[in-house]
Ligand binder design. Structure first.
Ligand SMILES: [Zn+2]
Length: 54
C-alpha cells in the first residue's frame, strides 16, 4: 500500500462530510492513491445511498 501524500494534502475530507462528499472523495482517492481500499468503501457507500433515496 502506497500513500500519495501530495494528493491527501490537497484533498482533505471535510469534518461534516455527507455521504455524497465521501463518495466523491473516495472516487478521487481510488484513482490517485492506494493507502485505503476505496473500492470496497465505494461499494458500501453507494449501497447506502440507494437505501436513503427510497
Ligand atoms: Zn490515500
Amino acid at each position: 500500500m502506497k500513500i500519495n501524500k501530495a494528493w491527501h494534502l490537497k484533498n482533505k475530507v471535510p469534518k461534516n462530510a455527507t455521504l455524497k462528499d465521501k463518495i466523491k472523495w473516495h472516487e478521487g482517492h481510488a484513482k490517485n492513491c492506494s493507502c485505503r481500499d476505496s473500492a470496497t468503501h465505494l461499494k458500501k457507500m453507494k449501497a447506502k445511498q440507494k437505501e436513503n433515496r427510497s
